[in-house]
Design a protein around this ligand. Structure first.
Ligand code: G4P
Length: 530
């Protein structure tokens, strides 16, 4: 296969949803149809102590949520699919947001009974801002839920995007029998089976005008389908791939991940419509995926995936060029030349060493501590720098130190590591060198921090919550001592040496701004924008 063919057959996407909408189940069913696994059933077996393929850490198992994002790769119909598994719990949103930077499209999963939920909205906003195409899968249609028309309205009202149904469920709400494919005018009826979704579901396909299908459906249901389709044709948006690619229109599908109903038609259509790797803006130029000069950016770092070895794996998304095992690349931020040996791909808890990878692929490489989230790796002769990742302002703060002062070294190592992974943001207070101030976007991050420091570095944390909820970055040339109204604020330094003030609330911030009208207080640090 040529380099171009390899690039064009890649589909790299993330599934975005509110917890419990069925992301784990759908991911697994896509793997089932892709032939990567032969028997599904992780969600059920979660209860019997076997976990979904993308769960890694002990804490995930205990909570039954996915803390880390993993990448799953498989082939289907000539396409090479990379699913970025985004953590669904709302407290892990920052990691999820970063994962979305590595995706070329997103599948928005909606629970038929609940419609658009809070977490979906937040993630949708990030996708929209990045202009990535969004495909909607309405899940759990084996259950009673909202009507398809109501869901279309819900999407439009809650998200401001028009939905165009690619298929339409046939039958009675909660007891659908199949889906109608609007493009080909065909009906696909799914067989009832006894496998509880562990195996692929059989179906029969045929024309909507075929009397045999009318009989199978029953006269009334057949007529209801014809009426719905007419209504959609007249009143709905027509499918327009350019609007989809611009993120203005979302193709909508119906199904049930649990019973496998509609999963295959969705997968096939999605692969046909979803974009192959897109060009990426760098500071110097726009990097075309078809360029043969290697470039990639780090979107995630994970340490200690194997608790027996203190390893640190850096996940990068390849943007251009072919990756070959052992190749040397430049790490733009440090200027160092690095040899990318032992590149890994991940599937469940198994790692495979890979020899080559292409734009759109995600690879993990071992790194001793040079690379940070957002960093660029590129060909020495064709250097590019991808812009900084957006930083999400922390809203919870705590002062942390090791309970046992003898563990200071491990404490520093662990904290630095977790900050580089982007799990938390750490700040230093020049007057208190033995502790850090930690900022997080959600409270659960503190629990994860405590857990990981204990399990991976043997450090028990002393954790004191601080009464702040707002952080503001101040320009380097401002003399902090001259600022007025900071009596109740704390001044700290972030990991790039920038000054940050921590304040109790927005109201107090307004008050400080009034007293220092000429100073700019930034909600996020200034970025190296591409
Ligand atoms: P998440 O990763 O998005 O959080 O969701 P997950 O796949 O874990 O699914 C959440 C629950 O929804 C699971 O139930 C799962 O079985 C169920 N589910 C997923 N897809 C479907 C579907 O198409 N139809 C129906 N009816 N349910 C679905 P659970 O946690 O095992 O609880 P339980 O309902 O089995 O007791």
């Amino acid at each position: 296969m040529t380099f171009l063919e390899e690039v064009n057959r890649r589909r790299t996407f993330a599934i975005i949803s509110h917890p419990d909408a069925g992301k784990t189940t759908l991911t697994e069913k896509l793997l089932l149809y892709g032939g990567a696994i032969h028997l599904a059933g992780s969600v059920k077996s979660r209860k019997t102590n076997k976990y979904a393929v993308s769960d890694w850490m002990e804490i995930e198992k205990q909570r039954g949520i996915s803390v880390t994002s993993s990448v799953l790769q498989f082939d289907y119909d000539g396409c090479r699919i990379n699913i970025l598994d985004t953590p669904g719990h709302q407290d892990f949103s920052e990691d999820t947001y970063r994962t979305l930077m590595a995706a070329d499209s997103a599948v928005m999963l909606i629970d038929v009974a609940k419609g658009v939920e809070a977490q979906t909205k937040k993630l949708f906003a990030v996708c929209k801002e990045r202009g990535i195409p969004i495909f909607t899968f309405v899940n759990k249609i084996d259950h009673f839920g909202k009507s398809p028309i109501d869901l279309m309205e819900d999407i439009e009202n809650s998200l401001g995007i028009r939905a165009v149904p690619m298929n339409w469920p046939i039958g009675i709400n909660g007891n659908y029998k199949g889906v109608f494919d609007r493009e080909s005018n065909t009906v696909e009826l799914f067989a009832k089976d006894e496998s509880h979704g562990t195996q692929k579901l059989a179906s029969v396909k045929g024309s909507v005008d075929d009397p045999a299908f009318r009989d199978l459906l029953g006269k009334e249901e057949h007529q209801a389908l014809i009426d719905d389709i007419e209504l959609l044709d007249v009143a709905g948006d027509s499918f327009d791939i350019d609007r989809v690619r611009a993120g203005e229109l979302t193709p909508m599908f119906f199904g049930s991940a649990m019973t496998n109903f509609g999963v295959k038609p969705f997968l096939e259509k999605f692969l046909e419509l979803a974009p192959s790797p897109a060009p990426r803006k760098a500071l110097e130029k726009t990097v075309q995926p078809t360029s043969e000069d290697f470039s990639a950016f780090v979107f995630k770092i994970q340490a200690n995936m194997n608790p027996n070895h203190h390893d640190r794996i850096v996940f990068m998304r390849i943007c251009s060029g072919k990756f070959e095992k052992g190749m040397s690349v430049v790490h733009q931020q440090s200027g160092k030349t690095l040899r990318l040996s032992q590149p890994q791909q991940f599937m469940a808890t198994e790692r495979t060493i890979i020899d080559e990878a292409y734009p759109g692929d995600i690879i993990g490489v071992f790194d001793a501590g040079t690379m940070g989230v957002g960093d660029t790796l590129c060909d020495a002769k064709h250097r590019v720098t991808f812009g900084d990742f957006p930083v999400f302002p922390p809203e919870f703060f705590a002062r942390v130190s090791p309970k046992d002062t003898m563990k200071r070294k491990q404490f520093l190592k662990g904290m630095t590591q977790l900050a580089q992974e982007g799990a938390v943001q750490i700040f230093e207070q020049p007057s208190a060198m033995d502790s850090f101030v930690v900022g997080a976007v959600g409270m659960l991050q503190f629990e994860v921090l405590e857990y990981r420091l204990k399990n991976e570095y043997g450090v028990i944390l002393e954790n004191n919550q601080l009464p702040y909820s707002v952080a503001r970055w101040v320009d380097g040339n401002v003399d902090i001592a001259s600022l007025k109204g900071l009596d109740n604020a704390m001044t700290v330094i972030d990991n790039r040496g920038r000054t940050v003030i921590l304040i109790s609330n927005e109201w107090q911030m307004g008050w400080i701004q009034e007293r220092n009208p000429d100073v700019t207080f930034l909600e996020t640090p200034r970025l190296n924008e591409a």
